[in-house]
Each structure stands twice: as C-alpha cells, then as structure tokens.
Design a protein around this ligand. Structure first.
Ligand code: SF4
Ligand code: SF4
Length: 319
C-alpha cells in the first residue's frame, strides 16, 4: 500500500481534471491494481474540515506514513511572504507544503504552476507565486535548490498546462511499484521518458515544417511555426507520441503548441502581441529557432528553399 496525499495551491484544478481522465492506467486502476491509497485529494475525498487537518497533523506526527506528496498549483507566498492569501486547514498552505515535503518519501509537482510558477507567477505576480523547486527558469523555487525528499530525490516535475493524464498516472505507478529509480529525470527534473523528444516528433505537419509551408489555425496542412507561434520544435513533450484522449494533440488539430512543458511558460510573459504569433526579426526571421539550429544555417536554408520555390505548394490543400 502506497499512501498519496494531493494538495492544491494557486490552481485552476486543470491538472486534477486531466488526472481524472487518465487511461493507462486510470485513477480507479491506480487504487485497485497498483495498491495506491489516496489519503486525501480535494476533489475526491469525503473528508472535510477537521478531518483533513487531523490527517495532516497525523502525517507530520508520523502516525500516518506519507509515501507520495503530490502538489498542484503554485505556492502562494503573498502577502509579504506570509502566505495568508492561501490558507488551508487553518494555516497558510505554504507551511503545510514545506512540512509535508520534509516528511514525504517523494514529492511530485504536477502542472506548470507547481513546477515553475506558471501563469500565477507572471509579473507583477501579486500573489508572490512560485513553483516547488523552480521559479520560471531559475532553480530554487519554494523548497530551494538543494531540496531532496526522504527517498533521495528532488521534486519530480510533471509540467504541462495541464499535464497529460498518463504522464501523471504512469509516474505514480513507477513510484508505487518501486521502479522510479529506472525513470531518469532531466536537468529540469522531468521524467525523460516523456520529456526527451520534442512535440514536433510525430506531428503530422512535420513535412510542411521542412518545406517551410505556412499553415494556420484549424487549416489542414501547413506548419504553424512560421506565423502563429508554434513551439513544437523547441518544446520537450510526448504530445504527438502519447496522444491526448488516445486521439489527437494540439498540432494535429492545427492549433499551435504553446510550449507549456518548458519553464518559460507562459512565454514572453503574455505580453500583448506575443500570443499565437511568431516573434520575428526584420519582419521575417523567427526570433526563436528549433533547438540545435544555428541562425546562419537556418537563414541560408530558408533563403535557398524560398528561392528554389520549394515552399510554394501545400501537399494537403493542392489536391
Ligand atoms: S512547428 Fe508545430 S505545427 Fe509545425 S511541424 Fe513542428 S510541431 Fe508541427
Ligand atoms: S502540444 Fe505543446 S502546449 Fe499543447 S500540451 Fe503539448 S507541450 Fe503543451
């Protein structure tokens, strides 16, 4: 039996909604087949009020073992660092988070707000929100750079806005079956199994990307990188390998990837004119290039492709 506690801070419940839609395995299978005991979850638990605070105190006292502490949402530290903007069970949530993290076997941050701070941490950040072990691209966050849980791991980050449901349920299975040691994590503490390839891997528009054929929202064929800001080539996530609802993904539905699994999300801090728009130099050169592409090489290739007229025809729409 593996005890899980799930708490929410500065959250919209999006990751909970995602988690409840998990398919491989489902939430029910986590309980029936993988021995997971959900001590408390804000949307699933029957316990309320003092029953919850009693449980939390029992955990801190050591009379209930906490194997996995899952946190969803930003850690709200406002106002002035005292955290009282987000009280829970008669205390600032941030106090529970720190103390529970110190007694938990593993700490798992779910979604962008819990991992990097996400949308709540965008300046001017009135709630003083931050992520569990990151603040945007900077390591540290609420628990600090050196935090290691009792089982010897830093916070395991499963980012996304929301995180894919199967990323969550499969990592919980890996921990509960003692296999988490086999799941390597990257420099941002993301499980490599889900966050090594780019979103572009498996995108049905990839041929249009290489031929530099522009696409558009909902338009079949064409690539969304050139005009509407698709971040698929620089975002590590398995959205086109492990499809959403086993059916599709943003880019397969011709919606640009927003880069939600990277710590810079929301990119450009939601500045006006930066959303669903490719930011460019001189009106034509994308400011951000696919990982590993040199600016000069990309420039030359683009110029050659255009000059040769390769990018004239959209293979899907020319039929
Ligand atoms: S830039 Fe986006 S739409 Fe274009 S191929 Fe890459 S992931 Fe697909
Ligand atoms: S396609 Fe991009 S924005 Fe959409 S969930 Fe995947 S990483 Fe996030």
């Amino acid at each position: 039996m593996v005890n899980i506690l799930w708490l929410q801070g500065g959250a919209c419940s999006g990751n909970t909604m995602s988690f409840l839609s998990a398919q491989e395995p489902t939430v029910v299978e986590l309980v029936t087949d993988f021995g997971i005991n959900i001590l408390y979850h804000p949307s699933l638990a029957l316990e309320i009020g003092e029953q919850v605070s009693d449980l939390l105190h029992d955990i801190l006292r050591g009379s209930v073992q906490l194997d996995i502490f899952v946190y969803e949402g930003s850690v709200i530290q406002g106002p002035n660092g005292n955290g009282s903007m987000n009280n829970f069970a008669e205390r600032p949530m941030q106090d529970w988070v720190r103390e529970l993290s110190n007694v938990a076997g593993y700490v798992v941050a779910i979604g962008d707000c819990a991992t990097w701070g996400g949308i709540p941490a965008v300046p001017p950040n009135p709630t003083e929100s931050t992520g569990m072990q990151w603040h945007k691209e900077k390591k540290g966050g609420f628990l600090g750079e050196g935090f290691i849980s009792k089982a010897g791991m830093p916070v395991i980050n499963i980012p996304g806005c929301p995180a894919h449901p199967d990323w969550i349920s499969q990592i919980l299975v890996a921990i509960s079956t003692g296999r988490i040691g086999d799941v390597l994590i990257d420099d941002l503490h993301r499980p490599k199994t889900f966050f090594t390839d780019f979103v572009q891997t498996g995108c049905t528009n990839a041929i249009s990307f290489s031929k530099k054929i522009d696409g558009g929202f909902g338009k079949r064929g064409g690539c969304l990188f050139y005009e509407v800001g698709c971040r698929g080539p620089m975002t590590r996530a398995s959205c086109n390998r492990i499809l959403w609802n086993r059916q599709s993904s943003k880019t397969r539905a011709n919606h640009p990837c927003l880069g939600c699994t990277e710590p810079g999300f929301p990119h450009h801090d939601l500045k006006k004119g930066s959303i669903f728009k490719t930011m460019k130099y001189l009106g034509f050169m994308p400011r951000e290039l696919p990982n590993g592409a040199s600016r000069l090489g990309y420039f030359t290739l683009t110029a050659t492709t255009k000059a040769l007229g390769i990018a004239q025809t959209d293979p899907d729409t020319s039929k």
